[in-house]
Design a protein around this ligand. Structure first.
Ligand SMILES: Nc1ncnc2c1ncn2[C@@H]1O[C@H](COP(=O)(O)OP(=O)(O)OP(=O)(O)O)[C@@H](O)[C@H]1O
Ligand SMILES: O=P(O)(O)OC[C@@]1(O)O[C@H](CO)[C@@H](O)[C@@H]1O
Length: 303
């Protein structure tokens, strides 16, 4: 079973305005509300790709109830730890550009953290654990590290989709799969990228540091795949971007859906890119039909 873990889920409130005027009254042309948070997005896309999974994490209040209700409607299993306080609301403002304001989220108490750790300890070999998203400020920065230790003791494969110091700390713990975008990768090595070769150098360094499989996404400019045996590149399919929120999470889901169904790593990489673009070209997260349609457009080359 695949388990996703979202320490700080969100209700994503999408607000579309003609032109955002700071300091003035803006009237929305369109609004929408989605259950969000990186792990929850991975869960939703996996389910759309017919992969059963369970969403873990912390949830609370009326916003938490909304997320649970939406997941129930989509027949996604969840086993959240309930916390006092409301799950955050993240505002995604669209006026041709995308401006995001992510909330803080409720405080997590030690007993809640312990309850989640117990769920992680109960995972077993053949399970995959996806650790995705930011760490709430009330938890210590090494929380993912401790979760990963528990999971690895039980031979659980761990997938990491986070950034900054948390990502740096986790790489040496040999995650099965990580998916930074090019900006997160350059920040990780405190450098700037001027060419694709620069990206390749840092991508390969993640493998040397311990990651088993790495995808580095570069939005419309395609993506790289790295492991000990190969380096691959894929162009992103062409299309009109409607929403990039969750495109990266969709890549994680696409890769895992293909990999767990026994496809080769090359094919899983192509699925990953197709799934990311299928979400980028959709209002909400992608559909399976859109992914199937785009995957034939993704040409993978060995470098
Ligand atoms: N302009 C685009 N054209 C085609 N595909 C795109 C475009 N932007 C994003 N994608 C698809 O989405 C994937 C992930 O995009 P990106 O590199 O922005 O990841 P990310 O920053 O992790 O995303 P997120 O917005 O979810 O944080 C890309 O690899 C690509 O498949
Ligand atoms: O604040 P974090 O945890 O870094 O990111 C949260 C978030 O921006 O990521 C998802 C898209 O990847 C959204 O659903 C959600 O609002």
């Amino acid at each position: 079973m695949i388990y996703t873990c979202t320490l700080n889920p969100s209700v994503d409130y999408i607000v579309q305005v003609d032109e955002l005027r700071i300091g003035e009254l803006n009237r929305a042309m369109k609004t929408a509300t989605f259950p969000g948070g990186k792990g929850i997005n991975v869960s939703r896309v996996l389910k759309r790709l017919n992969v059963d999974n369970t969403a873990l994490g912390f949830i609370g209040g009326f916003t938490g109830a909304f997320i649970e209700q939406q997941l129930r409607q989509e027949h996604i299993q969840f086993d959240f730890v309930k916390v006092p306080g409301d799950t955050r609301i993240n505002i995604k403002l669209k006026d041709g550009k995308e401006t995001e304001i992510n909330g803080q989220g409720p405080a997590i108490l030690p007993e809640h953290e312990e309850a989640l750790m117990q769920k992680i300890s109960a995972l077993s070999e053949d399970d995959i654990l996806v650790l995705a998203g930011s760490i709430p400020s009330s938890l210590s920065a090494d929380v993912y590290h401790r979760m990963m230790d528990k999971a690895k003791k039980a031979n659980v494969k761990v997938v990491v989709d986070t950034s900054g110091p948390a990502l740096k700390r986790l790489i040496t713990n040999q995650p099965f799969f990580v998916k930074p975008n090019h900006k997160e990768l350059s920040e990780l090595f405190d450098t700037s990228f001027y060419s694709k070769e620069d990206v390749i150098v840092c991508g390969r360094r993640l493998i040397e540091l311990g990651a088993e499989n790495v995808i580095v996404s570069m939005a419309g400019n395609g993506a790289f795949f790295f492991n000990k045996e190969m380096t691959l590149f894929a162009e992103a399919p062409k299309g009109t971007v409607k929403n990039s929120v969750g495109a990266g999470d969709s890549m994680v889901a696409g890769f895992l859906a293909a990999y767990t169904s026994g496809k080769s790593l090359e094919t899983a990489f192509a699925y990953s890119v197709a799934t990311g673009s299928a979400t980028a070209f959709s209002e909400d997260l992608c559909t399976k039909e859109k992914v199937e349609q785009l995957v034939s457009e993704v040409k993978v080359t060995h470098l």
